[in-house]
Ligand binder design. Structure first.
Ligand code: NAG
Ligand code: NAG
Ligand code: NAG
Ligand code: NAG
Ligand code: NAG
Ligand code: NAG
Length: 500
């Protein structure tokens, strides 16, 4: 095994950042965790090895132009090396996901012993290195078998199948895993997969789709899919409480994709539109979890197309989380659209969203107050629940320089924003940077977020640390970090290689 020994010099003096304060991790409350993240589909590869069956993403990338993830980062074979890099970096915690169709290949029924062994080994590897695993049960990769059988998330059968899959995970891994998230970004999955149709299962209906969909209904399915995700989540929470929580002493949450949103102008119309957009994006998920029902504005606008909760379901969904996983990248301008002729998720909102500043969406300007806005909004409107920021990061091109100062600037500013929010009373308890290494992203595979560069043309998939990896590691190990006062960063820094 090749050991990468880094001994580097960070010349931050070359860079004139615009973000302010010097801080260190010691400024955060005790117990606050810092981590990084990956997802199974993007990292593991080994797409049809050892009994794994296809997920809807495997099917999707095989039927489209663009890279497959058949090998991806080859994490399935290189996990020990990667956990070692995470340990060397100094991560407290790590967010990973379990591939449903590797563990339970047909979606329900027999467990794949080799899949089981892989996840046991992987979780054990994290534990051996003192890294707390935060496991996401569903990160976009539905077993194709369930999509074929009954249409996946749009059928209520998914609720029992998801709960049964979660049962296997709690039973097999719950002794070692204390932090579970059920579903990754239900709001984006519902919109991308069932309204615009640009991600699997590619459902949409004319004239709404961004692609030509062969099936779906953009007026109704986004709402149905999300409703079933909430019920599957809540059913899983009930199971966890009944069978595992006391014994295993763990906690369970769900994630929500959270743009921050500000009115394009100060007109009353745009302010109202901004609140409406917050209700349609965040409230869609958070309102039922906290209050047991969808926001009034959604019920009014969407009408009968919005599924309703029975009393029993409402009770089940309400308070069905120990923490919220917040996924935040950037901030949007919101403007009111005077009328829309059609009914679908996006036009129901009748808002125009555009990226803040002059950047395109993918450049992600450094707008740390956006993350503060999200955390303050959750604190103020949803009873200040415990929050873990489960994704935050800045993209670059696959082949851009290892000297990714733009990413350092972003992380420095956003972690400072978390600190401000925590100091102002937010119950945020952890921060997970996305992503530990370069991945092919789900939507735009040209962009990567990695702290480590991965050479996808190399059969060995060599990993090389970027400047952001050194910066984050220095921060994790207790250095005062700053962009304006480079003297506070260690000029020469060598991650420890303490043996186990
Ligand atoms: C959908 O299909 C039509 C007819 O084949 C084609 O002209 C159009 O470009 C397609 N649209 C998209 C978004 O792929
Ligand atoms: C979508 O479902 C609604 C409600 O059932 C129905 O009125 C509409 O015709 C459907 N649209 C399509 C494209 O099937
Ligand atoms: C349960 O977990 C909490 C922290 O999550 C810890 O403080 C407590 O000691 C644990 N209790 C047991 C019985 O392990
Ligand atoms: C800080 O918290 C207080 C009380 O919750 C709130 O009124 C105020 O707006 C918050 N400040 C910021 C900058 O978010
Ligand atoms: C990725 O880059 C290629 C080559 O520049 C371009 O053709 C393609 O449209 C880009 N894909 C996306 C999703 O932006
Ligand atoms: C970080 O800065 C604070 C305040 O200036 C100082 O007390 C502390 O010793 C510094 N810590 C390190 C590790 O340099």
């Amino acid at each position: 095994m090749e050991q990468v020994l880094f001994l580097i010099t960070i010349f931050l003096a070359l860079y004139s950042g615009r973000c302010s304060d010097v801080y260190s991790r010691n400024d955060f409350p005790e117990g606050f965790v810092f981590g990084s993240a990956l997802s199974a589909f993007q990292w593991e590869g080994a797409v049809d090895e050892d009994g794994k069956m296809p997920s809807i993403w495997d099917t999707f990338v095989h039927s489209n132009a663009g890279p497959t993830r058949d090998i991806a980062c080859d994490g399935y074979h290189r996990y020990k090396e990667d956990v070692r890099l995470m340990y060397d970096m100094g991560l407290d915690a790590f967010r990973l996901s379990i591939s449903w169709s590797r563990l339970v290949p047909s979606g329900r029924g027999p467990v794949n012993p080799k899949g089981l062994r892989f996840y046991k080994n992987l979780i054990n590897e994290f534990r051996r290195h003192g890294i707390e695993p935060h496991v996401t049960l569903y990160h976009n990769d539905l077993p194709q078998a369930l999509e074929d059988e009954y249409g996946g998330w749009i059928d209520r059968k998914i609720i029992d199948d998801f709960t049964a899959f979660a049962d296997v995970c709690f039973r097999e891994f719950g002794k070692e895993v204390k932090f579970w998230s059920t579903i990754n970004e239900p709001n984006m999955l519902a919109m991308g997969g069932y309204d615009w149709g640009f991600v699997p299962p590619v459902h949409c209906s004319p004239p709404f789709g961004m692609v030509n969909c062969s099936r779906g209904n953009s007026s109704t399915e986004p709402y149905i899919a999300l409703h079933n995700m909430l019920l599957a989540h809540a059913s899983t929470m009930r199971l966890y409480k009944q069978k595992y929580k006391d014994k295993q002493n763990g906690s369970l949450g769900i994630t929500c994709f959270a743009y921050w949103m500000v009115p394009l102008t100060s007109s009353e119309e745009n302010k109202i539109a901004t609140q409406r957009a917050k209700d349609f994006y965040l409230g869609w998920v958070l309102h039922p979890l906290v209050f047991g029902d969808y926001p009034d504005v959604m019920k009014r606008i969407v009408g009968k197309r919005l599924p309703s909760f029975s009393k029993e379901e409402s009770d089940l969904v309400k308070d069905s989380f120990d923490f919220l996983g917040v996924i935040h990248y950037t901030t949007m301008y919101i403007a009111h659209l005077s009328h829309s002729h059609h009914e679908d998720y996006v036009s129901d909102m009748s808002v125009l969203m555009s990226p803040f500043g002059n950047s395109t969406l993918v450049k992600f300007d450094v707008l740390p107050w956006g993350l503060e806005g999200v955390l303050e909004y959750i604190k103020h409107n949803y009873g200040n629940p415990p929050v873990y920021i489960l994704e935050n990061g800045r993209p670059t091109n696959h082949h851009s320089s290892l000297n990714d100062m733009g990413r350092v600037e972003y992380l420095h500013a956003y972690i400072a924003a978390v600190l401000k929010s925590v100091r102002n009373g937010s119950e945020t308890r952890g921060y997970f940077q996305w992503s530990f290494m370069d991945l092919y992203e789900f939507v735009n595979y040209n962009y990567t977020y990695g702290l480590y560069h991965v050479d996808f043309s190399d059969p060995e998939r060599q990993r090389s640390p970027k400047t952001s990896a050194f910066w984050y590691s220095a921060f994790l190990k207790g250095s005062n970090v700053s962009l304006q006062e480079p003297k506070n960063l260690p000029l020469s820094f060598s991650p420890g290689f303490a043996s186990q």
